[in-house]
Design a protein around this ligand. Structure first.
Ligand code: GLN
Length: 200
């Protein structure tokens, strides 16, 4: 399984290390060639404006959109989720890939000082609560019909799925709980199998 972590800016090492703990050897994706060589991609949190700028400068922006539209499984966290979203409510002129049918409010839970942790119930990954860390997290304001809410906090979805995209407002790579990454790896496996079936 060839999983990449988008390694432009942000919480890259944390995702690489939790993926290793989950039993895969991820690669660090820094250019378009590497992007096109992976089977699935993790888009970490960080600073969305910086990521967008660099992805465009490295000519990865359109390639990233194309791969996601072609069905590459993606796990996007925090700033990664902002990049995927269809609409950013509170910032003018911030571009996004527009592939995930949600609208978000950047820093919707407050500033760095308002960072917090909370236990979430996520039935799809098991009965034990998942400790979620929110750091200047985007708040999902609305979702489209194709988007499935896997869990919410305080009335807003915080983990959503739309086909090949899994996106979290929080940072699942920070607590050592492997379950969200394992859930993603299952998505990748399932996508691989359906490609094999089509090729048969
Ligand atoms: N607030 C950041 C942004 O808008 C995201 C924060 C994060 O990824 N932890 O890009």
């Amino acid at each position: 399984m060839k999983i990449g972590v988008l390694g432009i800016q942000g919480a890259i090492q944390e995702h690489l290390s939790i993926l290793r703990n989950a039993g895969v050897e991820p690669s660090w994706v820094k250019d378009r060639k590497e992007l096109n060589s992976v089977e699935a991609l993790v888009m970490p949190g960080g600073e969305s404006t910086t990521m967008i700028k660099l992805l465009k400068r490295f000519e990865m922006w359109e390639a990233l959109r194309n791969r996601i539209e072609d069905g590459m499984p993606v796990l996007a966290t925090c700033a990664g989720m902002i990049l995927l979203s269809k609409k950013i409510e509170n910032v003018v002129n911030q571009d996004s890939l527009g592939v995930l049918d949600i609208s978000v409010k950047r820093n919707g839970y407050g500033r760095q000082i308002n960072s917090f942790e909370v236990d979430l119930q996520i039935d799809e990954i098991g009965p034990e609560p998942f400790r979620a860390v929110f750091i200047r997290a985007p708040k999902i304001e609305s979702i489209g019909g194709e988007v499935r809410v896997l869990t919410s906090y305080d009335g807003s979805p915080v983990l959503v799925r739309q086909n090949n995209m899994l996106a979290a407002s929080f940072h699942p790579e920070l607590t050592g709980d492997l379950r969200i990454h394992r859930y993603f790896l299952k998505m990748v496996e399932a996508a691989g199998q359906s490609i094999e079936k089509c090729a048969e």
